[in-house]
Design a protein around this ligand. Structure first.
Ligand code: AMP
Length: 192
């Protein structure tokens, strides 16, 4: 499968996140999966890429041209394919369209945005690809609580929690992305 990994660009995070994501990348390659990602060379994007490379898997990076021109983020220098886009929007579209499943690892604003985009599109039945959150060291516990609170207050339908799996167990993360999704309809998933 082609797995799109969303994750932090920051290199100043706790090294335990880096180690966990490198290991995840090696496991991805071992299971025969390839990586689609934002092309960053640092943080958890870089970690995923190093892991997949070390495991012998294929890596496709997708990065806006201005990242290079304006030195926004370090770019991974060992991608098998590096696609330069005009915009952030185009970058996300290519990442989303070219993968079979998503894994979200810890990250900042960019990662949150990417997660919520693929989640909202799944709720609206614009795609039906598995989404797994790898909850390393409980990083996403508060996000999970926020989602549950919104469900309890009827802002989100309860069955929307079936649209993604959140786990700190790597095996469960892979089980999620490797399992085909149930068919759903917008009517089941959304009030409005
Ligand atoms: P962060 O989680 O903030 O470290 O960002 C992770 C990655 O997401 C970085 O490569 C950001 O440039 C990228 N990113 C942030 N916002 C967007 C967006 N709107 N579309 C595509 N990528 C984004």
């Amino acid at each position: 499968m082609k797995i799109c990994v969303f994750g932090a660009a920051s290199p100043t995070i706790d090294p335990r996140y880096i180690e966990a994501v490198e290991k995840m990348g090696r496991e991805m390659a071992k299971r025969g999966h390839s990586l689609v990602f934002g092309g960053g060379g640092n943080g958890l994007m870089g970690a995923a890429a190093r892991g997949v490379r070390d495991g012998g898997g294929k890596i496709v990076g997708v990065i806006p041209k201005f990242f290079d021109e304006e030195s926004v983020e370090a770019i991974c220098d060992f991608c098998d394919e590096l696609i330069f886009t005009e915009s952030m929007r185009e970058r996300k579209q290519i990442m989303e369209d070219s993968c079979d499943a998503f894994i979200v690892v810890p990250g900042g604003i960019g990662t949150f945005e990417e997660f919520f985009e693929v989640l909202t599109l799944k709720q609206l039945c614009r795609h039906n690809k598995p989404i797994a959150i790898y909850n390393i060291m409980g990083y996403y516990n508060e996000l999970h609580e926020t989602m549950n609170s919104a469900i309890a207050k009827n802002f989100i339908r309860g069955n929307c929690s079936d649209l993604y799996v959140i786990s700190d167990d790597l095996e469960k993360v892979f089980e999620c992305v490797e399992t085909p999704e149930a068919e759903r309809t917008v009517r089941e998933l959304k009030d409005g």
